[in-house]
Write a protein that binds this ligand. Sequence first.
Ligand SMILES: [Zn+2]
Length: 254
Amino acid sequence: MKVTMQQNKWTIMCRCLLLVLLVMPLLSFTVVIDAGHGGHDAGAIGKMGVQEKNLNLSVAKQLGAKIRENYPNVKVVLTRETDVFLPLQERADIANKNHADLFISIHTNAAENRNAQGAETFILGTERMEDNLDVAMRENAVMKLEEDQTVYQGFDPNSIESYILFELMQNQYMDNSLVFAELVQNQFVGTLKRANRGVRQAAFWVLLKSACPSVLVEMGFLSNAEEEKWLASAEGKNGIVNGIFDAFEKYYKQ
Ligand SMILES: [Zn+2]
């Protein structure tokens, strides 16, 4: 009788342990932070000489550290932690291999019009695609710098026709991407008082290929002298890190 009771106790304990092991991966949350550009791809360059790749990396690393510090249960993965070149497809692959729950791609804008300023947060989509084609083309153009272009299956980042491909793609992560994008944009506009360029849709390869809610943040314009100064300042960078962190916190707790 005693043996049976002890056996029962062991069986229950084993079952509990098994249940915990089964449920644990479901409870863990993985965020992938992607610092755009890197290595021989500098991205946008400001008049003061600020390079997009460095700014993106600095914000991505600070954001990652802040999330790790405040949410030790959240797995934070950075697509790059140094100044290295990384193909677009590889960035999405990192998100998918890590079963990301959220993908945040960090970028900085540039435009011919030197007065253009403000922040915009993108989700994947084709609504009013023509309006945002220039940004998508610029950010996708990095493919041309990559050695192996076969992964893009003939997609030409500079050809408008190529973007028809995006119209055929259904994105099941649209709703959650939009929720997070709005939280991020609210921070830029509300807390940081940046000019509001809104939440927009565009055809970015990294967003198309990452199988989770994903956004691409354009933090501001390096082509605007004043904004370049702000982006490069500790105040600007810390503000952006805190802003995206607050958005993450709200999204994670929802
Ligand atoms: Zn960029």
